[in-house]
Design a protein around this ligand. Structure first.
Ligand code: CA
Length: 355
């Protein structure tokens, strides 16, 4: 007999109206988006020029830019509106990440300036709401040395907790050693780098774009899974064994693939791939943390916990893109004991991001 399916997405108005109750843990949401007015205007200007090397950006932000309305209001607000939404959903703390694709679509000098300005604005918002907000720095991988320097400034002078990189930069991935000065800085500062999705690189975008799957319906997940696995198979973690990378969406499918990744890396590895000191699953357990952003679903979260460990999986909502207070109640109901639930919502985030 088939095993009954566990509860899935809400279907009825009553289910969507559910609200979380008080909890014996702090709910720390760790992949929450925001943007500055300056970034918004820079996106608008760039879109007007229809940049030929950024077809994924045109697809994603071409839709949002003239949308107006509550989604943009929420992205741009780091004060009363955001705090009220957090209160309504029972979220105690948000870790803010400059929204995708961050500054990675611009020329290096523009990107460096926008990243520094957004980090200054983020630090000011955190000073206004020190018990409710924390954040990761935006950096511009277009200039890896400047990016490493900005990460250091953001952590040591602004109190930010690491950096977000919105996957590929102009079609390039962080497995390229020219970016490893960023890894070196993150390891030395002992802060994580969050690899957040964006639309796939131009070289693999078209089959997704033609089917409307270039964004969160699969394209984002494929892009970040590739990126993470590229970093693992490049040997970057052998070079930087204390480097910590965070990925969202319950691990972008990688926990599900763990057995096959190890098997194929041992038995069917491409000749040009470097030898690794450990198995892919070892790096996923030692160097990678996952959040459940956008995936408030027990089967995916418990799979990630069972194959990576309960200390590696953190709570996230994906505000404002997936702001559904009923989903907090769904995650509160995870089949975990009290200690593991506290790790998931609070303890793992406090430790990883030193909150
Ligand atoms: Ca997100």
């Amino acid at each position: 007999m088939a095993h009954p399916l566990p509860p899935t997405i809400p279907r009825t108005t009553d289910e969507y109206a559910q609200r979380p109750g008080p909890a014996p843990y702090r709910r720390i949401a760790t992949e929450e988006a925001w943007m500055t007015p300056e970034l918004f205007h820079a996106y608008r200007e760039l879109l007007a020029r229809r940049p030929a090397d950024e077809p994924g950006f045109i697809s994603m932000w071409g839709r949002f830019i003239d949308l107006g309305g509550v989604l943009l209001d929420r992205l741009l607000d780091v004060d009363a509106m955001r705090i009220a939404d957090m209160d309504a959903a029972g979220i105690d703390v948000q870790l803010l990440l400059l929204t995708a694709p961050g500054v990675q679509v611009f020329a290096a000098d523009t990107a460096i300036a926008l990243a520094a300005d957004s980090n200054d604005q983020l630090a000011a918002a955190i000073r206004r709401h020190p018990t409710r907000l924390a954040g990761l720095a935006a950096i511009a991988p277009q200039d890896p040395v400047a990016a490493a320097r900005e990460l250091e400034r953001a952590v040591t002078r602004l109190g930010l907790k690491g950096a977000v990189i919105n996957s590929h930069t102009k079609g390039e991935y962080l497995d390229d050693p020219r970016f490893w000065v960023i890894f070196e800085a993150a390891e030395a500062l002992d802060v994580p780098i969050y690899i957040h999705p964006r639309t796939p690189a131009p070289a693999m975008l078209q089959p997704f774009l033609q089917r409307g799957m270039d964004r969160a319906l699969m394209g984002f997940g494929v892009e970040v899974a590739l990126h993470t696995l590229a970093i693992i198979t490049s040997g970057a973690f052998d070079r930087f064994p204390r480097l910590k990378i965070v990925i969202g969406h319950a691990g972008e499918g990688l926990p599900y693939w763990l057995y096959r990744l190890d098997y194929m890396q041992q038995h069917n590895r491409a000749k040009f791939m470097p030898e690794l000191r450990h198995l892919p699953s070892d790096y996923l357990r030692e160097n990678i943390y996952v959040t459940n952003s956008g995936v408030p679903w027990a089967p995916a979260i418990t799979l990630a916990q069972s194959v990576l460990g309960v200390d590696r999986v953190l709570y996230a909502m994906d505000y404002p893109y997936q702001y559904q207070p009923c989903e907090v109640a769904m995650v509160d109901a995870l089949p975990l004991d009290d200690a593991d639930k506290r790790r998931f919502f609070q303890g793992n985030a406090e430790r990883l991001f030193r909150l």
